[in-house]
Design a protein around this ligand. Structure first.
Ligand code: FAD
Length: 356
């Protein structure tokens, strides 16, 4: 046949728009109140999918903003992506999502070269994506229009007649805002294990069986005349695993440096100043950096999952409790967290449809 163009305005004239809008926005069955613990990739992905289906979603995040391990720290005009460096994809569903985010201006392809310092070769082949305004751009984008309670640490879950009751550290939530039909726990596995312990023995045991490697991250600014020919590099030292750098407008150079898992474990409880000293020394030994203008560190206690499960998400249909996170999405990556967030939302939606 023939496909003729028709403008959106022309379409609108042919439809009863209020009726059409009510149809599109209808909820299949009852409008659920859903609490999501954690505003990382898994939590925000589930939140956006469930809010899209017109459910009443509230996300609780203990930090000051969304992102989790895709965090971005600001120091004046400088943005440091001190957690995840980039997203890669091996699942076509996540690849399609990355392209959609690219079109929306949320992500862009990694600019510049990535080197392997051991072999002195460039890494090619894989497309790497980073947030256009920092890695937390993805979670910020997913959080648009979502009720996100920042600086709100959930300390306990309780099973009550009306569903689930949440306790927060500051005891600041009004009683009516604590009750939910469903809860999705997306904290890193060890923290999820603590929350789940008193309410779901089986899920808690699974979470407690997951091991995570720590990672100390250095955020530094240097006064260097020259930049390395790469923007990211896998390092070959016992101390450093990864370096990312680019020049700033004022002629300085900014750095994010990740210590290896082994080194981070050995120095896990060291003071920040001591770690900053050792990591800047290692940076100097790896690259010509000139004068160090500033250096701060961040300890990621549960940076990378060592033994992930490929279950998607956990769901107890009887109580409406779900668990999601990278550790259930089959990897230690942004992609795994995204797949798990999708799975958790899907399990809740499907259980509601089968109950209707
Ligand atoms: P998280 O991002 O950890 O989100 C969980 C959220 O729950 C956090 O925001 C936390 O504050 C919150 N929370 C926990 N407990 C509570 C509570 N009780 N109440 C309220 N909120 C709570 N992946 C890649 O794909 N590419 C990379 O290059 C890469 N590099 C990495 C480098 C580092 C240093 C680190 C740390 C990670 C890296 N990763 C990388 C892994 C990737 O960041 C994670 O797999 C992914 O972001 C995990 O998302 P998540 O939603 O499962 O968990």
């Amino acid at each position: 046949g023939t496909i003729r163009p028709r403008s959106v305005a022309a379409h609108a004239k042919r439809l009863d728009m209020p009726k059409y809008e009510a149809h599109v926005n209808r909820t299949q069955g009852e409008r659920l109140r859903i609490a999501i613990i954690g505003a990382g990739i898994a939590g925000m992905t589930a939140a956006a999918a469930l809010a899209d289906q017109n459910h009443a979603v509230v996300v609780f995040e203990k930090s000051r903003g969304p992102g989790g391990r895709t965090a971005t720290r600001r120091a004046g005009e400088i943005r440091f992506d001190h957690g995840a460096q980039y997203a890669t994809s091996s699942d076509p569903r996540f690849t399609a999502q990355l392209h959609a985010w690219e079109e929306a201006g949320v992500v862009e392809e990694w600019p510049g070269q990535i080197h392997d310092l051991a072999t002195r070769t460039s890494k090619t082949g894989k497309t790497r994506w980073l947030g256009t305004m920092g890695m937390n751009a993805i979670c910020k984008h997913l959080a648009e229009g979502i009720d996100l309670r920042r600086s709100c640490r959930i300390t306990a879950l309780e099973r009550v007649d009306a569903g689930w009751r949440l306790c927060d550290e500051l005891d600041a939530l009004p009683e009516r805002e604590r009750i939910f039909d469903n809860v999705i726990v997306t904290a890193p596995a060890p923290q999820a294990g603590d929350l789940l312990g008193p309410v779901h023995h089986e899920f808690a045991q699974m979470a407690k069986g997951i091991t995570s490697d720590p990672c100390w991250a250095l955020m530094a600014v240097t006064n260097t005349d020259t930049s390395p020919p790469w923007r990211g590099a896998f390092a070959d030292s016992n101390v450093l695993g990864w370096l990312a750098t680019h020049p700033l407008d004022n002629g300085h150079q900014q750095w994010v440096v990740h210590a290896t898992s082994e080194w981070s474990r050995q120095h896990l409880e060291d003071a920040d100043e001591a770690v900053a000293g050792l990591l800047t020394q290692a940076l100097r030994e790896t690259s010509e950096v000139g004068t160090i203008v500033s250096a701060n560190v961040h300890r990621w206690r549960y940076a990378r999952v060592v033994n992930p499960e490929a279950r998607g998400a956990l769901f107890d249909a009887e109580t409406g409790l779900a668990v999601a996170g990278d550790w259930l999405g089959g990897g230690a990556k942004i992609e795994s967290a995204w797949l798990s967030g999708c799975a958790a939302a899907g399990l809740i939606l499907r259980s509601q449809l089968s109950a209707a």
